[in-house]
Design a protein around this ligand. Structure first.
Ligand SMILES: Nc1ncnc2c1ncn2[C@@H]1O[C@H](COP(=O)(O)OP(=O)(O)OP(=O)(O)O)[C@@H](O)[C@H]1O
Ligand SMILES: [Mg+2]
Length: 267
């Protein structure tokens, strides 16, 4: 897999992979993020947790350029990225998966990854496709990745024919094909049974996070504590705790946030 150099202009190095300063995101009356500070070091795997609606996906959306933040700054390898377009951010080396899958159901499994591999090319997509049919290296990379995620035998299936856990694997592969420096996973085991979750956690451990900086959103605490060395907790858009899984999951503010959200759900 390749790691495209972007030749980015750095504003000086502080050693961190990602640094977020006083980030806020407002959607009309909804304050989805309020004054969030966060730093992720190179090689770190950070778990982003919090009750439903606490702002986790919004934070990934702002980092990946889906929204320009209402306030605050984001630095990726010391370069300011807020305000850049999604494709510019992908080119710098940030890839993500989506809570609501973004695969192309009517394309083949192979084609989905091929599309992710070539989507930022300046050449016409059709021309690219015809050329890449003959280009062994790209196909080799895709086939290797398909093998790693367990989809090689079904590479000619339409993506919509795959069961949900395999669609999530495909989405993971789409993010990994660019060998990102920073990988953002939004509920990679969303909608999965405990057994499927376990398999996904092993896959993420083996092929996605080793040697890479990651932020993982997940409600399943067993998975998050197994994969992450640090957790950050959001509640109503604010960061309420940060630390090792052990520290954070004992924190009274965190327990109260989850208890409160359960009470609201049952009210
Ligand atoms: N595009 C948008 N327009 C308006 N409100 C939004 C938008 N995106 C998110 N919100 C609101 O921002 C808040 C945070 O939503 P977000 O999706 O980030 O939560 P979350 O922590 O990812 O929740 P979940 O665990 O359920 O996925 C919610 O109140 C949500 O309704
Ligand atoms: Mg979410």
């Amino acid at each position: 897999m390749k790691n495209k150099s972007t030749g980015s202009v750095f504003s000086g190095g502080d050693g961190s992979m990602l640094k977020i300063d006083s980030l806020s995101q407002q959607f009309e009356a909804v304050k989805a993020l309020i004054d969030v500070d966060l730093e992720v070091s190179s090689g770190e795997v950070l778990g982003l947790i919090g009750p439903n609606g606490s702002g986790k996906t919004t934070l990934l959306n702002v980092i990946s350029g889906v929204y320009a933040p209402s306030q605050g700054e984001i630095f990726f390898q010391s370069r300011k990225i807020n305000g850049l377009k999604t494709y510019q951010i992908i080119r710098l080396g940030i890839a993500r998966t989506f809570q609501n899958l973004r695969i192309y159901g009517r394309m083949t499994v192979f084609g989905n990854i091929w599309g992710a591999q070539h989507s930022l090319s300046n050449r016409g997509i059709r021309r690219q496709f015809l050329m890449s049919r003959n280009r062994g290296k790209d196909r080799e990379e895709i086939n290797h990745l398909l093998d790693l995620v367990g989809l090689y035998d079904r590479r000619e299936w339409l993506a919509k024919q795959l069961p949900l856990p395999d669609q999530r694997r495909l989405e993971l592969a789409r993010a990994l094909i660019r060998d990102p420096k920073l990988l953002l996973l939004d509920e990679p085991a969303g909608g999965m049974t405990p057994k499927e979750t376990e398999a996904m956690a092993s896959l993420v451990q083996e092929i996605a996070i080793s040697g890479r900086t990651c932020i993982i959103i997940e409600h399943k605490m067993d998975m998050i504590t197994a994969l992450c060395n640090r957790l950050c907790v959001l509640n109503f858009g604010s960061k309420i705790a940060e630390g090792t899984p052990n520290e954070v999951l004992k924190n009274p503010l965190v327990l109260e946030a989850y208890l409160g959200s359960e009470e609201r759900a049952h009210a």
